[in-house]
Design a binder for this molecule. Structure first.
Ligand code: CP3
Length: 354
């Protein structure tokens, strides 16, 4: 395996000194890029991209050709796990993900088995290997998974949901059944992420996109518990380096202490939390990733630059910050604005790393 030419992302995750604050964007390979839309057209649809390692590699690298990003993220989706469990994932244009066979009953849940990544998702580990080869040490590669709770919401609802009515009904009426589902998912996430790490992923992020929809106590019991189990089940060292784990609970700003106690290396923040205040709370334990409101990318480049400056100032001097958006970049963003954002992070952060 080649030496990393740019390791500031991995160093920042371990709170080690860096020259400038590293930056990447959630959904950095996505519809805001015309070259992504062209690749998707050629693949036929989104799952055609995910399922073909050459195409997944191609789109993973697209944002890195345009911008001086400090990390690549595997192009795939969190819903590959339920798809591998036999739920039949498909995407309806303009409607987001859907499952042919949602999970609704005790019998449905009893029938689910922990996935075998080598058997069920070889296209994911093949993509990881190919991307590592093509990156050739330029920047580290991030692997990822959804959290058990977030995956469960899609599996039970059969797609995206506004209020998670069915998932919450199960959580409150049949908590043991919900725990059974979450356990199967947690075991699956562990083997899935470990397979990505063994294939070459150098850091992993767990997307708990809907953790923030839970009550204070339900979050601990139905999401954090399983994040904790996953963190403790992951391979943490590979190729002579630590493989950092990033936990991102959208809407989780009030639970940072409990999240840090899982032993994760870093926490992702959405834009509703002040990053300086978060650092004061948990910064001696974990690195922090985030947290610019992704809709600021609709504003003028000068305004974007000012916002980057304000977030850097709030975090303050010293290592432990990975710049990112507070959630994924949206399809309507002008690629020039994304470029202005990334340049601003590198320019304006030098002064904080004397
Ligand atoms: O960050 C990256 O660049 C890596 C790729 C990535 C995708 N999805 C590509 C994608 C990652 C990390 C994800 C994670 C994901 N997928 C999450 C968690 C992160 C988050 O955004 O909160 C969730 C909830 C999903 C499920 C999912 N996949 C949804 C709800 C959608 C539809 C979104 C929409 O706006 O229509 C997807 C599709 C998807 N995943 C796209 C991309 C680039 C768009 C598909 C397309 O090209 O049409």
């Amino acid at each position: 395996m080649s030496q990393l030419k740019n390791d500031r992302f991995l160093r920042a995750l371990l709170r080690e000194p860096v020259d400038v604050t590293p930056v990447w964007m959630m959904r950095q390979a996505g519809r805001y890029l015309p070259e992504y839309r062209a690749s998707r057209e050629r693949a036929g649809n989104f799952m055609g991209l995910c399922g073909n390692p050459e195409m997944a590699c191609e789109v993973t690298l697209q944002p890195l050709e345009r911008y001086p990003l400090d990390a690549a993220i595997l192009f795939s989706d969190i819903l590959t796990i339920p798809d591998a469990m036999g739920l039949g994932l498909y995407f309806e244009v303009g409607e987001g993900p859907k499952f042919k066979k949602p999970v609704r009953t005790e019998a449905d849940i009893n029938a689910l088995q922990v996935i075998d990544p080598a058997q069920d998702l070889p296209y994911v580990t093949d993509a990881v290997k190919l991307i590592r080869r093509e990156l050739n040490g330029r920047v580290p590669l991030i692997g990822f998974s959804g959290s058990p709770w977030t995956l469960a919401t899609y599996m039970i609802e059969g797609g995206s949901s506004r209020d998670f009515r069915r998932a919450k009904q199960m959580l409150y009426n049949q908590p043991e059944l919900m725990h059974q589902l979450l356990n199967t998912l947690a075991e699956s996430v562990i083997v899935y992420l470990n397979a990505q790490i063994e294939a070459g992923a150098q850091a992993v992020q767990i997307f708990d996109t809907w953790g923030g929809a839970l009550s204070h106590s339900a979050y601990q019991e139905f999401s954090l518990n399983y994040l904790d189990k996953i963190v403790k089940g992951l391979i943490r060292e590979r190729e002579g380096r630590r493989v950092p784990v990033i936990l991102f609970t959208k809407g989780g700003g009030q639970w940072l202490e409990a999240m840090a106690d899982t032993g994760a290396d870093a926490l992702g923040l959405d834009w509703t939390t002040d990053i300086g205040a978060a650092r004061a709370r948990v910064g001696s334990q974990v690195a922090l990733q985030g947290n610019m409101d992704p809709t600021i990318l609709y504003a003028k480049p000068d305004r974007i630059r000012a916002e980057v400056g304000a977030i850097l100032q709030s975090y303050g001097s010293g290592p432990g910050h990975i710049f990112n958006l507070g959630h994924g970049i949206t399809p309507e963003v002008d690629p020039e604005h994304a470029g202005a954002f990334i340049r601003a992070v590198h320019d304006l952060s030098q002064q904080y790393h004397a």
